[in-house]
Write a protein that binds this ligand. Sequence first.
Ligand code: HEM
Ligand code: HEM
Length: 195
Amino acid sequence: MSAVMPSSATRTHAANRFSTPMLVLHWLIFVLMAAAYATMEFRGLVPREGRFAMRAAHYSLGLAVLALVLVRIAMRRSHGAPPIVPAPSALNAAAAKAGHLALYVLMIVLPVLGWLAYGAEGRVVAPFGVPLPMPIAPNQDWVKPLEGAHEIAGKIGYVLVGLHAAAALWHHYFVRDNTLALMWPPAGRGGRSSA
Ligand code: HEM
Ligand code: HEM
């Protein structure tokens, strides 16, 4: 899989993996997104009195993803991406680029739609206790369409992340290049690093 951003970006990572801040952000966002999904998918399993806390956690986790992906995009532009060795075909590289771009769009659009849906209900979201400004004027007519769009984006997210994880494992176990190692912490080198 190849870079999403211009390859002319300054390269401050070790050649055999993404820079540590990029690694941390990738896996932190993964955990936060998984937790955001879990707070909604498993909300029926908790007693009624616990559901408010589940929702509050959902909004905070989702907004944390939004904040961190903006940091990540800025960092990606300055840190660049390490090369895959051996280099993938042009088709494979283009598919990876499109997939990565779609994931970045998802990490922005999904929480923004949720925030808009919540704002349309006239509710102020207060991630980790800090109230944020309303992103939209309250309008009940928009609640259902925005919640519907948020739900569809969530489903698209499952497909994109599933394909992405499958592609990473396919590269590691079948193509046997260094793709997975690029995003793996040095201590637990899970891939065939070129280092
Ligand atoms: C990575 C971030 C997020 C993910 C993965 C995510 C995922 C989901 C999922 C899977 C649902 C259930 C849809 C359904 O089947 O009905 C949902 C519902 C919802 N989400 Fe999110 N969401 C995220 C961020 C946010 C944010 C930031 C907000 C608001 C600030 C938000 C507000 C809502 C609302 C209002 C609902 C409707 C259901 C309810 O409140 O009970 N979401 N979200
Ligand atoms: C919420 C889930 C995830 C999201 C949103 C996500 C997003 C991304 C994005 C946008 C990139 C491109 C990095 C760049 O060039 O800027 C990337 C790279 C990578 N991800 Fe994920 N990822 C997720 C989960 C996973 C999982 C579960 C795995 C492993 C099974 C994985 C393995 C990798 C690897 C190996 C790379 C670097 C190699 C490459 O260029 O494709 N990711 N991820």
